[in-house]
Design a protein around this ligand. Sequence first.
Ligand SMILES: [Zn+2]
Length: 318
Amino acid sequence: MKRLFENSKVRSGLLLLLACLLLAHGAGCRAQGSASATGAAAERLRVVCTTQMVADLARNVGGDRVQVESLMGEGVDPHLYKASTRDVLKLFRADVILYSGLHLEGKMTEIFERLSQRRAVYAVTEAIPPERLRQLGPQQVDPHVWFDVELWSLAVEAVAEAFARHAPQHAAEFAARAGAYRAELARLDRWCEEQIATIHPGRRVLVTAHDAFFYFGDAYGLEVRAIQGISTDSEAGVRDIEDLVSFLVERRIKAVFVESSVSHRNVQALLEGCRARGHWLAIGGELYSDAMGPAGTPEGTYVGMVRHNVQTIVRALR
Ligand SMILES: [Zn+2]
């Protein structure tokens, strides 16, 4: 109860700051708008993104015409992330704000709703047809769509359209870059399929800390099990761990995987549970689920992150 109170206090403080900034800046914005149509055409669009995956999308589509920043870095869990005062200032100064959506950034929903009244705010997953989303309940869908590469490639067009709306003079360039990037993602999609197909069919089982890999399993033919639910914002029960231990022992699964943005504690409990029942289970490696690797490394790009995950899974399960 106490935590809840503190959280809401912090949140309402940020929202108040946001409201003040929006009010103070209203007139300035309109003046700037007419200037950018004529004089400042050469300036780059300032794009602020939530996750690294969204930022990578923005860089691929925007090229030199955009200046991209992501609020969440390496190893950061978007389910639990709360915007800081600095973040709100960055969001406020952005020309275009991109977020993943489908309630992935669960603690930032209110801020985006407020910002969207005055700023250009887009959820990149809006481009994905609802019938292709995994429904979890009346108001809840699985937000981890980036692991079906073909599904994620639909978000590329949404970004190109958003950029074209705010820098129409570069629309053709955004469209060309989007087309080239979608072709690259189509190649990646086929490569994922080929790689997973090299694992023996009986061993195509992916067990992870939280339920981020449903779309991945669905697209490339792996059975997926997780200790925690869709969001990391919940405790895994002893019962969940026991059920999964039984599953691993009965199916004689060789390896389970840890995630870079999620605590390894629950996976450790699986290992101990299996060993107590005489089944030797290994950690197959670390997967990037809700955050990418460090900037400047192959895993610091979306394509590199997916390749790393597929190679890690294939190496451990084959
Ligand atoms: Zn997640």
